[in-house]
Design a protein around this ligand. Structure first.
Ligand code: DGL
Length: 278
């Protein structure tokens, strides 16, 4: 038993998203818990998730978790707000390893950060419709008023690399104007692509609005969880950058280029898998 526990410590963390956005979460995990190895899956063949039904998101997420388990992961991070909002609750009881999402950690911090009790949430249509951010924020801060806004054009703009382009600024102005008018003092970037637009969002929302990045909070929560479960890598087998693994369901080269633009090291290989087989 002791040997098994020792081995679990050196097992990787499975991280998945509908595509490249979850790399912002993987990046935070690498920063905050550099001793942990990551197996990342980006569902680039079936992105976007943000406009799909709950049944579909559950089916996709279940297949991905099956795939990650074949890689011997010790825990799973659902690095996609949409899958966290629509599938996590269903998958949790099906698994015998810890699985966490990005919504609860982000919502908790937003509830603690606000001073005037007015919180904005920007996310995909499905995440906003699920109302999960609102529920979790209210469970921590019952008096909070939550203003949700779906921003479906942000993901393609990020994937195009137009992070500070005038077109992106114009689109962001249109989306954020009604939120600014509500007087929010906290804005949750509730889609894993959005932290890459942080500069533009900050410019529009101004100094008085705190931007919450659930990726940062999720990495913190993962660190605590691994420690509590006694399955953190003890550093006896240090992780090198080339030990992280990246898998996708389509367009491996495009994914690799994107990964290279946001991760602090070069990603040499991205492997293509047929996710429908899992
Ligand atoms: N990564 C997804 C999320 O955080 C957004 C992209 C998509 O629609 O698939 O919700």
């Amino acid at each position: 038993m002791e040997i098994i526990m020792k081995d679990i410590k050196y097992a990787p963390i499975g991280v998945f998203d509908s595509g490249v956005g979850g790399l912002t979460v993987a990046r935070e995990i690498m920063r905050q818990i550099p001793d942990e190895r990551i197996v990342y899956f980006g569902d680039t063949a079936r992105v976007p998730y943000g406009s799909k039904s709950q049944d579909t998101i559950i089916r996709f997420s279940r297949q991905i978790v099956h795939f990650l388990r074949t890689k011997g992961v010790k825990a799973v991070v659902v690095a996609c707000n949409t899958a966290s909002a629509l599938a996590l609750e269903t998958l949790q009881p099906e698994l015998d390893i810890p699985i966490i999402g990005v919504v609860t950690p982000g919502a908790k911090v937003a509830a603690e950060t606000t001073v005037n009790g007015k919180i904005g949430v920007i996310a995909t249509e499905s995440t906003i419709e699920s109302q999960l951010y609102t529920k979790v924020i209210r469970s921590h801060n019952p008096r909070a008023q939550v203003f949700g806004k779906a921003c479906p054009l942000f993901c393609p703009l990020v994937e195009e690399g137009w992070l500070k382009d005038p077109v992106t600024v114009e689109v962001a102005n249109r989306y954020l104007e009604p939120l600014l008018a509500t007087g929010i003092d906290t804005l949750v970037m509730g889609c894993t692509h959005y932290p890459l637009l942080r500069g533009t969002l900050h410019q529009i929302m101004g100094e008085k609005v705190t931007l919450v990045n659930p990726a940062y909070e999720t990495a913190r929560e993962l660190k605590c969880l691994l420690e509590e479960e006694g399955i953190s890598n003890d550093g006896m087998k240090p992780v090198k950058e080339n030990m992280h693994q990246f898998y996708v369901s389509d367009a491996a080269n495009k994914f690799r280029q994107f990964a290279n633009s946001i991760l602090p090291f070069g990603v040499d290989t991205t492997q293509l898998i047929h996710i429908e087989d899992y």
